[in-house]
Design a protein around this ligand. Structure first.
Ligand SMILES: [Zn+2]
Ligand SMILES: [Zn+2]
Length: 92
């Protein structure tokens, strides 16, 4: 199931909406370069197999790599030091 919540960047104070998690057929994976979250379809299979840091796609914004263990980042300054509000991230 997907999750969405408000996040605040501790580095610059920017507040933004962050969605994360996965659904029946897709999982949100973040770009390791800009932190953009993209839905990657997995057809109910485990993305990346047994590799927890596998690259599973290409970022449509910066052409960077969508990597399973890449953290979400602030869209303004790209810091990954984020404070998350209620509705915390849950991965299944
Ligand atoms: Zn920031
Ligand atoms: Zn990117």
């Amino acid at each position: 199931m997907g999750q969405a919540g408000k996040a605040t960047c501790r580095a610059c104070g920017h507040g933004f909406w962050l969605s994360a998690g996965g659904g029946f057929a897709a999982q949100i994976v973040f770009c390791e370069d800009c932190g953009r979250g993209e839905s990657v379809f997995h057809n109910q299979q485990r993305l990346g197999g047994d590799d927890p840091s596998a690259i599973v796609g290409t970022c449509p914004r910066c052409q960077g790599s969508l990597r399973l263990d890449a953290p979400p980042r602030c869209p303004r300054c790209r810091s990954d030091d984020l404070a998350q509000g209620p509705g915390e991230m849950l991965w299944d």
